[in-house]
Design a protein around this ligand. Structure first.
Ligand code: IPE
Ligand code: IPE
Ligand code: MG
Length: 259
């Protein structure tokens, strides 16, 4: 029973699992779009008697490593949940720090992202971001917009319910103005009104830190995504964890309702 449970959760203790070789993994199918709920920064810090923001700082370094690895593996899009519409509820010092992180990340790594042909995107309600955060984000988007390598899509002040309601309102507006016919609305049209727009749905969703929930993340887009959960806290996530997740993905049977 314990083994079944562990398998389902992913691999909390990698030492008990088979080590995955990247070359071997590349012989199989690499997910086109990976989405990650990067969770557990606060608990990582708490375990070390550090302030929560130390966990966020450490987590940022992992973003860099995972981006590099995903790019090297040939993943086309990596969506990272960085800040939810509910995260404003946190203490002001923590929110202020989280809003400084995109600047810190992008100032330090933008040249590297450009060099690696990464295209930075941001989905979420950008209007509510502090001006300094918005500036850093817009600069990165602008300077990488012509890159055609990995799409690094940050979900920043993102909430899936808000996203869906905004899409509905936009569609209603289009219908009212006669630009769109009610009969034309289908799944494809609806998807184009979401913040992911033309990005394909994620093939693989990873959530760290042992929480088994979506926390308002990509509710529409994850309809047929494969889920992989691990107890590893985000600052401890490493290259081997990503390989484990993809390895598990490669052994799943995706049926999309068929046989
Ligand atoms: C994830 O780590 C980062 C954000 C949500 C911004 P948490 O800050 O949620 O860490 P825990 O869940 O409290 O450990
Ligand atoms: C989800 O994590 C949001 C991000 C990772 C940015 P939370 O830590 O905010 O989620 P809950 O509150 O545990 O559901
Ligand atoms: Mg959390």
């Amino acid at each position: 029973m314990l083994n079944i449970f562990k398998k389902w959760r992913g691999s909390p203790d990698l030492s008990n699992e088979q080590i995955i070789n990247q070359e071997e993994l590349l012989k199989g199918e690499i997910p086109n779009h990976i989405a990650i709920i990067m969770d557990g920064n606060g608990r990582w810090a708490k375990k070390r008697a550090l302030p929560r923001i130390a966990g966020h700082h450490e987590g940022m370094k992992v973003v860099r490593r995972v981006t590099k690895q995903a790019n090297a593996l040939g993943v086309n899009a990596l969506t990272l949940y960085a800040f939810s519409t509910e995260n404003w509820k946190r203490p002001k010092v923590e929110v202020d720090y989280l809003m400084k992180l995109p600047e810190e990340f992008l100032t330090t790594f933008l040249p590297e992202l450009i060099e690696e042909n990464v295209q930075v995107r941001v989905m979420g309600d950008k209007n509510k971001l502090p001006i300094h955060t918005l500036k850093a984000v817009n600069k990165a988007i602008e300077e990488t917009k012509d890159n055609d390598g990995l799409i690094l899509n940050f979900a920043l002040n993102y909430g899936s319910r808000t996203e869906i309601i905004a899409a509905v309102k936009d569609i209603v507006k289009q219908v009212e103005s006669g630009k769109l016919k009610k009969e034309e609305i289908d799944e494809g049209i609806f998807s184009n009104y979401l913040m992911t727009q033309t990005l394909p749905d994620p093939d693989l969703l990873i959530r760290t830190s042992g929480e088994i929930r979506l926390s308002n993340f990509m509710l529409w887009q994850l309809a047929y995504t494969e889920f992989w959960f691990t107890d590893v806290l985000w600052p401890d996530f490493n290259e081997q964890c990503l390989l484990q997740a993809i390895h598990t993905y490669q052994h799943r049977g995706r049926r999309f309702g068929g046989v």
